[in-house]
Design a protein around this ligand. Structure first.
Ligand code: ZN
Length: 83
């Protein structure tokens, strides 16, 4: 039986619910009893891939900026001092 992650849109209550595929999805929140209980779409693989890609991209971007700024600024200052 698959486990579904439910989250309440009204109060934010979260719960893992063991349900069979044929069973009707829950709608009422067990915490606040509002009909805002919905299945959470969770894709752990996608989330990991996304954060990893983001982190790599961020690091290379920072490196590029630091090298460019330092090189340009120091060479420019030296040239001005010499003259
Ligand atoms: Zn609720």
């Amino acid at each position: 039986m698959p486990i579904y992650e439910y989250v309440c849109n009204a109060c934010g209550f979260e719960k893992d619910v063991l349900q069979s595929m044929s069973e009707a999805p829950l709608t009422d929140c067990p915490s606040c009893e509002k009909p805002e209980f919905t299945k959470k779409i969770s894709a752990p693989g996608f989330r990991l891939k996304g954060s990893g890609w983001y982190e790599t991209d961020f690091k290379t971007g920072k490196k590029k900026n630091l090298a460019g700024d330092a090189g340009g600024a120091s060479s420019g200052a030296k040239a001005a001092e010499a003259n």
